[in-house]
Design a binder for this molecule. Structure first.
Ligand code: SF4
Ligand code: SF4
Length: 305
């Protein structure tokens, strides 16, 4: 179940890459930039600015998912059966809308056909680029291991973007077909990690250690989120941990942006960070200095103010 394919990506590993975003995640980070990737099933997006209020969508769904209130289209999302055995690839509401105001995000793909599509992009990969498997949490779908194997057998460089919150056996199966692991380490303190992501970080830290013991090529990524991950204490704690467990080839501190705000609106979700601004440059530079004192490969990236 894929969400999207992004081509010519420069932020998901070395060189020019094609990134495949898979649906389904076992974390629920408060700042998530891909909220439509969390559910393993398709999600309905509604574009308020495209809606002409015709009401056609209301009658299109036999499950009574859609109503309208005060000019807004409302979805009883739990009742939408798209992607289930009962309804399969139902997208009647999408097709009924005359103005493209409803989209279904998420599509089931055959591994072989997806692989064939990705192989066409090798023309622009060059010596460094390749395919990055991202999400959501890509490894939660066993078919992703099959895809990684097919890509590797075809001679492509494969990167895996993961948060590592699962039993290591899940990761072990795909590692032989992966050249680079992009590994998220967000918050070191366990209770804080749980409160912002919904999950404990014990497995995440253990799995990082195991990756380094295996000699995997790893880039660590830490999102810089105000009030959550952006304290000197947190960056220093992560730095001490990765210095001791095995320093990565690169540790990237990624500045926050709020470009995903519209996605929350399309999903009818409130977002705690909807009014948060970009990370201050001085702040991320200071955090990077702290990080670099412990792990020399630390860098920062992203737009700042
Ligand atoms: S995708 Fe199908 S089940 Fe879901 S809201 Fe649209 S018409 Fe109803
Ligand atoms: S069918 Fe489309 S344009 Fe008409 S009310 Fe529904 S979402 Fe809006």
């Amino acid at each position: 179940m894929i969400l999207d394919i992004q081509r010519m990506s420069t932020e998901d590993g070395p060189g020019l890459r094609t990134t495949v975003f898979f649906k389904g995640c076992n974390l629920s980070c408060a700042w998530c930039h891909n909220p439509e990737s969390i559910s393993p099933r398709p999600d309905l997006f509604w574009f308020a600015q495209k809606c002409i209020g015709c009401g056609t969508c209301e009658g299109s769904c036999s499950r009574g998912v859609i109503t309208r209130e005060q000019g807004r289209v409302r979805f009883n999302r739990a009742q939408c059966a798209a992607g289930t055995p009962a309804a399969g690839d139902c997208r009647r509401c999408v097709e009924a809308c005359p103005n493209g105001a409803i989209e279904l995000k998420g599509e089931a793909r055959e591994v072989e056909s997806l692989c064939g599509e990705l192989l066409k992009d090798r023309a622009y990969f060059g010596p460094e680029g390749g395919v990055t498997l991202s999400g959501g949490e890509a490894v939660l779908q066993s078919a992703v291991t099959v895809l990684a194997r097919l890509l590797k057998e075809a001679g492509l460089s494969v990167a895996l973007d993961t948060a590592g919150a699962y039993d290591f056996r899940v990761l072990e199966g795909i590692l032989p077909f992966v050249d680079l692991v992009l590994y998220d380490l967000k918050i070191f303190e366990s209770a804080l990690h749980r409160s912002f992501t919904g999950a404990d970080n014990r497995l995440i830290l253990e799995n990082y250690r195991k990756l380094m013991e295996r000699g995997s090529r790893v880039w660590v990524r830490t999102p810089i989120i105000e009030g959550a991950t952006d304290s000197e204490e947190n960056i220093a704690a992560i730095g001490r941990f990765i210095r001791e467990a095995g320093p990565p080839e690169k540790w990237e501190l990624c500045a926050f942006n709020n470009l995903c705000r519209d996605k929350y609106e399309r999903l009818d979700l409130d977002w705690a960070y909807k009014t948060a601004g970009l990370t201050r440059k001085e702040h991320i530079k200071a955090l990077t200095q702290t990080a670099r004192a412990l792990v020399p490969s630390a860098v920062w990236s992203g737009s700042t103010v």
